[in-house]
Design a protein around this ligand. Structure first.
Ligand SMILES: O=C(O)CCC(=O)C(=O)O
Ligand SMILES: [Fe+2]
Length: 276
């Protein structure tokens, strides 16, 4: 098999990011704390309807720090045009997806101020979900990226966890929205299809600043409606560990050959690399 970069030859992580000199590290932790947590009522909602929405999950200061990060990293040319697909193919297909992304896992060696609180925020979220749903979410298989949708950006209907691929390890998808003065005419709502057999049943979620959306990755098809303004988000997935039945479900054939590919691709999902 061949290891193929997701969309760009640039390494997605591990570079030294230019420090944000306008913020002093002592003020950063104060401004950007506390690390948010999920209310038990939200977890119950997630359990009963497979998705939950938390307006104002992040504070305004936390959102500002991530916005600053995205703009700064984009101007440093760290973003790439995103492809689609996980491990079968990773073609850049602009009829399905128009967005630019930058992976933030594996963790950057020199995290920016925003990542300094985002990493613990995401690991706290993952531990909360692990205990509530009794899942084996692996801290080593977190995936997340900064997403920048230009004016006219979109992502057509899809499901995040697709059988017979490493993406099936995705248990929960999460989105954190960052558009501070979002207006209905800006578009870019997240359309969550709440009944897989009935396209007329959906919920449109406004991508307003600080909002967290979380849903079961294999349950809810969703799409990003066309934006009429720049749209910024943190997008990610909490993956569970590989089980024996995952291997069985790969569709028969030579398990000895498939096992290392599956495990390697599960790991590689996190570094923005796909396999052919
Ligand atoms: O940006 C969003 O709201 C959703 C992105 C998404 O569905 C994905 O990247 O899989
Ligand atoms: Fe998605």
């Amino acid at each position: 098999f061949l290891i193929k970069p997701r969309s760009s030859p640039k390494p997605p992580t591990g570079f030294c990011h230019r420090p944000l000199t306008s913020l002093k590290s002592s003020t950063i932790s104060q401004e950007l704390s506390p690390i948010p947590n999920l209310d038990p009522s939200i977890l119950n909602e997630l359990s009963s309807q497979d998705y939950a929405i938390v307006p104002n999950f992040l504070t305004e200061e936390q959102v500002d720090a991530i916005i600053e990060d995205i703009h700064s990293l984009r101007s440093d040319d760290k973003f790439s045009v995103a492809g689609i697909g996980q491990d079968a193919s990773n073609t850049i297909n602009s009829s399905i997806r128009k967005t630019e992304t930058m992976f933030i896992y594996p963790k950057l060696q020199f995290p920016t101020p925003a990542l300094t609180f985002l990493y613990p925020t995401l690991s706290k979220l993952s531990s909360t979900l692990t205990s509530k749903f009794n899942l084996n979410l692996s801290p080593f298989l977190h995936e997340a990226l900064y997403a920048y949708y230009p004016h006219g950006g979109y992502y057509k209907r899809h499901v995040d966890a697709v059988p017979s691929s490493a993406s099936i390890l995705r248990s929960f998808s999460f989105l954190i929205y960052l558009n501070k003065s979002w207006k209905p005419e800006d578009g870019g709502c997240l359309r969550l299809y709440t009944d897989v057999d009935d396209d007329s049943k959906y919920k449109d979620v406004e991508p307003t600043s600080g909002k967290l959306v979380i849903f079961k990755s294999d349950k809810l098809p969703h799409e990003v409606l066309e934006t009429s303004a720049e749209r910024l988000a943190v997008v990610g997935w909490f993956n569970r560990e590989v089980t024996a039945s995952d291997i069985g479900n790969l569709g028969g054939g030579d398990l000895v050959r498939k096992l290392p590919i599956f495990i390697a691709s599960a790991v590689l999902v996190g570094v923005g690399v796909s396999m052919l």
